[in-house]
Design a protein around this ligand. Structure first.
Ligand code: C2E
Ligand code: MG
Ligand code: MG
Length: 737
């Protein structure tokens, strides 16, 4: 047993000796990454460093005398995870009187790890103290190489280190960097130490447009290359292509990643793309990209059963600015034109510049109805005309122009994109030929239809003020044959085109909003009529049904408008019945119910028009304050021949009865239809069998003609018939179509 005064040297090396006088050896000792050490453990457990070799400088950022003066500073560098094990192996060595050998980590700075190996022997003192003498050496490199070898991966450490592509290994769970190569340090700007204190998440950036996936793990990469945006130390962004391999690192799952910087390549690709597909001045798609997109649009529109349009837009006076003011002024006008076109369209519409002042617009999502779609394209073209008609302010002048626009519709059939473009172009030339500031459609029929529609709209605006609108009255008859009232139906007597049927102008009035004043006029006229009838005993009991359109009903002050029409005329609200359609009610059912209830509270009744054609469900029918269901005439038409229509009609009648509503059938034309309806309990009828819609005097005349003889019932003398009888032909039936 060695005595305290005769310290035993560790087996591997000469025992510590006070630094010799040989300065050369001393210098060498300072450079060798290993150092001798003498550690004294007092009986009280206090540790003191009796000697530290100068080589410590080559391993740790501390001088030998500093370490001796403040051993705690050195101990504190020991990796917290290794402290307990180190104590355990040391205690065992002391207990067993065996050499102490261990390898442990020291962290001289955050994120920096140095592996040290210790070889020492213990000499116990009589007082329970212990003297440890031995040496420590830096084995970091060997440890890493071993770890890599042991893991069977990263064998080619040199390849990794010297690879010109940034590479690293990170922990797969914590994403912490475990090692990085020089290229990564050079490209990203962080030092090795900084890297090792960071995780992969610190590199991640959602990308300039925030498009990268938000999951940091996804960034972790699979074996397939994935692209990501990374943040450099100076804050700038790079785009990288990541390829990675799983491996284990010190027993933990890790991943070796190669991050190829593709920023420059992407930028070049984008530039090539821009040059090939975009107009350099306005940055709008050029002809090539337009043709591409148009091809896709044509296919999409046909697939979706819709329509699209191509608009060729040309400034009428562009050449003048260009010739007199030079190209910079011309460019300025083109830039403003591009911006104005862009701003007046939806984002999904394509705007392209083909060159010169020739712009092309593709409208994709237009209506499935060809005429409606053309009207939408026309609307867009009008909008473009307006914005391009405004003066252009350029550096030192103000430039006025107008635009000529050619429109070609597509969607009806498969056509090559190039053909549609050609059509729009030729329409644009026709627009130019027709004079500045003109829109022309390629399809002559479409052109005519649109012009007719535009003319109709102009005329309709005048129709009301010029007294061209009339009301026709169509009798509503009860089972007894008695006329209980009439439906008022709008008629437009056009000064040139003659009678225009409601179906040809009511949708237009609805679209343009003209239905609101027109509907108001119908309502007021009907109320005046009711008030007039109330003064005559023979007409006092008559009711009038008035059709109300969706747009009209949705006016916030609809209820007040009806109330005013009633009070201004003095009509009895109980004689007024408003016909609504199901589609109108479905829109905002609570608002509808509220409006209906407030009118119902003053006595106005409601009838559900065209019943059976919509999507009525019993549950919503129950909620509506209705008085009457009006069976659509499409069911009445085939009632005698089509068993399913017959069943539908019976069902409607039964349903109405259950809900406590009356039923009226519209479009009753024959005795068979009437007999069927009467047999199944329908209480009221309207249709040509009883009378066509006629002007007021004729309607009143027909009332008198059918007035039952005093004291006699309507059915007297018609014993054979179980139902009311047809009226004679109307004296002057109003044209139906
Ligand atoms: P509606 O309210 O369903 O009107 C019934 C339509 O059936 C009327 O067509 C009427 O003339 C027609 N009719 C009546 N009996 C028979 C028959 O026995 N056989 C056939 N084939 N047809 C018959 P009209 O007058 O052409 O009106 C069409 C639609 O226009 C109306 O359908 C209504 O939705 C709308 N409408 C008419 N006047 C107005 C109005 O003042 N305001 C609003 N918003 N819409 C109106
Ligand atoms: Mg109606
Ligand atoms: Mg109807």
């Amino acid at each position: 047993m060695p005595r305290r005064s005769e310290p035993v040297a560790p087996a591997e090396i000469t025992p510590p000796r006070p630094p010799g006088s040989d300065a050369g050896l001393r210098d060498i000792a300072r450079e060798v990454p290993a150092f001798l050490i003498e550690l004294q453990h007092g009986a009280d457990g206090a540790a003191r460093l009796g000697y530290v070799g100068e080589g410590i400088r080559a391993v740790l950022p501390i001088e030998a005398d500093e370490a001796m003066a403040d051993p705690a500073r050195l101990f504190a560098m020991i990796h917290p995870e290794d402290v307990d094990r180190l104590h355990a192996t040391m205690a065992r060595a002391a207990r067993e009187q065996a050499p102490w050998h261990d390898e442990f980590r020291v962290c001289p700075a955050p994120g920096q790890v140095v592996w040290l190996s210790i070889h020492a022997r213990c000499t116990p003192g009589t007082d329970g103290s212990r003297l440890w003498q031995g040496w420590l050496a830096d084995v970091t490199e060997r440890r890493l190489a071993q770890a890599a070898l042991a893991d069977g991966e990263l064998r080619h450490r040199k390849l990794f280190d010297a690879n010109p592509i940034p590479m690293w290994v990170h922990d797969r769970l914590t994403l912490r960097f475990l090692t990085v190569n020089d290229a990564a340090i050079a490209r990203y700007g962080w030092s090795r130490e900084e890297f090792l204190s960071m995780t992969l998440v610190d590199l991640r950036h959602p990308g300039p447009d925030g498009a990268d996936a938000g999951d940091p793990q996804s960034h972790d990469g699979g074996t397939r290359p994935a692209t990501a945006h990374h943040r450099l130390r100076d804050g700038s962004l790079i785009e990288v292509e990541l390829s990675s391999q799983p491996l284990t690192w010190g027993g933990r799952p890790a991943r070796m990643v190669m991050a190829l910087d593709v920023t420059a390549r992407r930028r070049a690709e984008a530039e090539i793309q821009r040059l090939a597909y975009y107009d350099p001045l306005t940055n709008l798609p050029n002809r090539r990209l337009l043709t591409d997109r148009l091809r896709q649009s044509v296919a999409a529109v046909i697939r979706g059963g819709r329509h699209g349009a191509v608009l060729c837009v040309d400034l009428d006076d562009f050449k003048r600015v260009n010739d007199t003011r030079g190209h910079p002024a011309g460019d300025e006008v083109l830039l403003q034109t591009a911006a104005r076109i862009r701003d007046s369209l939806r984002t999904e519409d394509t705007v392209a510049r083909l060159g010169g002042d020739e712009f092309v617009v593709v409208l994709e999502r237009l209506d499935s109805d060809a005429r409606q779609a053309a009207a939408q394209a026309d609307e867009a073209a009008q909008r473009l005309m307006t914005v391009l008609g405004r003066p252009f302010d350029i550096t030192d002048m103000r430039f006025h122009s107008s635009a000529s626009i050619g429109v070609a519709m597509f969607g009806a059939r498969e056509v090559p994109a190039e053909e549609v473009l050609m059509h729009a172009d030729s329409a644009m030339y026709r627009a130019k030929a027709a004079g500045r500031g003109t829109i022309r459609f390629y399809d002559p029929a479409m052109q005519v239809a649109l012009q007719t529609r535009a003319a109709l709209e102009t005329d309709l605006r005048r129709a009301l003020s010029e007294g061209q609108l009339r009301l026709a009255y169509q009798a509503q008859v009860e089972g007894s044959g008695r006329t209980v009232g009439a439906e008022v139906l709008l008629r437009w007597q056009h000064p040139v085109r003659g009678a225009i049927p409601p179906m040809d102008f009511i949708p237009l009035a609805e679209e343009t909003g003209l239905i609101v004043p027109i509907g108001q006029w119908v309502l007021e006229t009907a109320c005046m009529q009711l008030a007039g009838w109330a003064r005559r005993p023979e007409t006092r009991a008559l009711r009038l049904s008035v059709n109300v359109s969706a747009r009209q009903f949705r006016q916030p002050d609809f209820v007040q408008r009806v109330e005013r029409a009633l009070s201004d005329s003095g009509a009895d609200p109980a004689r007024l019945r408003l016909e609504l359609t199901e589609s109108l009610l479905l829109d905002n059912i609570n608002d509808c119910i509220a409006k209906m209830q407030s009118l119902q509270s003053i006595g106005v009744g409601f009838s559900l028009d065209d019943f059976g054609t919509g999507y009525s469900s019993l549950s919503y029918l129950k909620r509506l304050p209705l008085e009457e269901l009006k069976i659509d005439r499409s069911f009445i038409r085939d009632i005698a021949t089509d068993p399913s229509d017959a069943v539908i009609v019976q069902t409607i009648i039964g349903m109405a009865r259950n809900l406590g509503l009356t039923v009226i059938a519209e479009g009753v034309e024959t005795a068979e239809q009437l007999a069927f309806l009467d047999r199944h309990g329908c209480g009221a009828f309207q249709g040509w069998y009883f009378g066509r819609p006629v002007p007021l005097p004729d309607f009143e005349a027909s009332l008198r003609a059918h007035e039952p003889a005093a004291g006699a019932d309507a059915r007297t003398g018609v014993e054979a018939a179980a139902a009311p009888q047809p009226r004679q032909a109307n004296p002057a039936p109003m044209p139906e179509r």
